[in-house]
Ligand binder design. Structure first.
Ligand code: HEC
Length: 92
């Protein structure tokens, strides 16, 4: 009986972890659809990169999204791209 309980709680905790992923994967997907036309991800890791704070990153994504990429993302979509870039490249 105990082991069944353990199994159930394992399944639940595994799905809790899985639930956190889509936001990032979605951000990555949005990014790859709209943001690779002019630059690769190299601009995020180049030595003299311009973005130094999370706020600046957020502004830059917002500007590039509206201007350069004409992406028309919602706020949630935009922030999932910010999260993706921050977690994968900038790490603020
Ligand atoms: C029409 C071309 C174009 C598109 C499309 C574009 N960008 Fe950019 N982006 C640029 C250019 C050019 C630069 C470099 C500006 C510089 O050298 O200072 C840049 C720089 C950046 C930087 C700053 C890199 C640094 O120095 O730290 C970020 C972040 C960024 N872009 C995000 C995005 C995102 C997110 C998208 C999609 C919504 C996007 N870009 C789409 C042209 C574009």
């Amino acid at each position: 009986m105990k082991s069944i309980f353990l199994l159930i709680s394992l399944v639940f905790s595994a799905s809790a972890i899985a639930e956190e992923k889509p936001a990032i994967t979605h951000g990555e997907q949005l990014h790859n659809e709209k943001c690779m036309a002019c630059h690769t991800t190299n601009v995020y890791t180049r030595e003299d990169r311009r973005i130094k704070t999370l706020q600046a990153l957020s502004n830059q994504v917002d500007n590039c999204m509206k201007g350069a990429a004409k992406a028309e993302w919602t706020e949630i979509e935009t922030s999932s791209v910010v999260d993706y870039l921050n977690q994968k490249f900038y790490k603020f």
